[in-house]
Design a protein around this ligand. Sequence first.
Ligand code: ATP
Ligand code: MG
Length: 563
Amino acid sequence: MTDSPEQNESRDFIRERIRADLADGTTGALVTRFPPEPNGYLHIGHAKSICLNFGVAEEFGGRCNLRFDDTNPVKEEQEFITAIEADVRWLGFDWGEGAHFASDYFEQLYAWAEHLIEAGLAYVDDLSAEEMREYRGTLTEAGRESPHRQRSAAESLDLFRRMRAGEFADGARVLRAKIDMASGNINLRDPVLYRILHAAHPRSGTAWCIYPTYDFAHGQSDAIEGVSHSICTLEFEDHRPLYDWLIDNLPTPSRPRQYEFARLAVTYTILSKRHLTRLVDEGHVGGWDDPRMPTLSGLRRRGVPAAALRDFIGRIGVAKSAQTVEVAQLEACIREHLNQSAERRLAVLKPLRLVIENYPKGESELLDAVNNPEDPAAGRRQLPFSGELWIERDDFMEEPPKKFFRLAPGREVRLRYAYFVTCTEVIKDAAGEVVEVRCRYDPETRGGDAPDGRKVRGTIHWVSAAHAMAAEVRLYDHLFSRPDPGAEGEAFEDLNPDSLVALEDCQLEPSLTEAEIGQAVQFERQGYFAADPDSTPERPLFNRTVALRDSWAKIRKQQTAKR
Ligand code: ATP
Ligand code: MG
């Protein structure tokens, strides 16, 4: 799964830092963590953080915790905890003995809050949220001190204990750090450490009605877990001085150091839980695991192998400069993996009836087909063939233009793995639409080649009508119609109305009844597909993981040509 250690060590600035810290003894043992807030499902941006945190732990003989930063009970749910655990496991990582939760440290965090009050470094403030905002100042203007800032430690301690005891309403009071209202860094202008929230927590229930802020819980949770390298995204760079201040002023058992890297963005989608939550809540998608979602559960449902995702993350690298990656690069990576691993099947998505006039009536036979030309170990299978087939509507044209080499009146083509057929007649309905093509086959061409050496230009796929399995197949396109959704206005106005096309009367080769849920197969000439978890024997349902067309290769070619 990982490259050689020499490559890894110098692969990016984080790995370089870790190697140096281990070499000069700054760090005894490497400890990292992946710290999701359980307020949504994980997306592909999180995968970058997961692969980085778990990846370096693996590479440098360290340990990586899965820690839930569950400090905001209003938005957090057990459903999200369960989904996050499943997604991290699916990506291929193991956090060892049990997940960790910031909520497990509530008692310790509370004790440390009292410690700060006693040291004169925190105070209870009675300003309303709106007043606090007003007092905070702006980027260019210093803030003002709250009238409660000079309150005695004893008074603050008493009020803080009464906050905990539930005497006050939500928002009535907060605990703030006493740092510097004139600081150039707004995060140091007496940030809030605790707020009152009479809300049940998914894990601690109603034990608490005050909750630590993310900023107060995060660094201290790292310190409790002995995290040596606290790796996070760049938006927390400005919070680092606050985290360092807290660690300097608290008797924590260890001193984590924070390193920031750039978030991942991917074209034609959005990676923000706030937006993803809205997509789900407003019904723009079927749920968090809708195959169009950039979530790990959506990608899994779509048939993307975890290995392809890990590979993609490895290829894009880790740096400090903003990172927007072409979705085509992800698709190319998925294709590359599936080309190696996915078995081939025949499937007709838009069926047109083909009748072979000279094939013995009512008979059928089994033909030999290769499961995966890239992998001989995948073996072969038997395909039932008969005189009535389904072919792809797009593989026939009554008046074919130049370069159309598939079936047309009078033309001979190869039926994949089967015979040469020549079109003899076209049958239309009252509206003039082609409803059936009639052919004659050459029995000498069994297996797909002519003994007399004659060639055909086209090979098309087919499914025997009597043996076919009817199924629904869903084709997906980008969820948004522009590469940078929301760049000019509201992101939701850029939703792609054609992101889902459901084809309800597809005809698949019968061996697909045994397709495993989520396991991608290649429908020859079409793309990679995976059976959906909602698929049943009565109502089979397949999702297109990715089309065969390699648009990335095209883009790459254009790009190299430009250079
Ligand atoms: P969002 O902004 O999507 O709501 P978040 O940062 O609030 O995400 P968390 O649950 O706090 O979500 O994230 C857990 C970890 O994953 C954090 O360390 C965060 O920095 C990292 N992470 C989140 N989004 C990305 C991304 N797009 N690229 C890389 N890492 C990310
Ligand atoms: Mg966050």
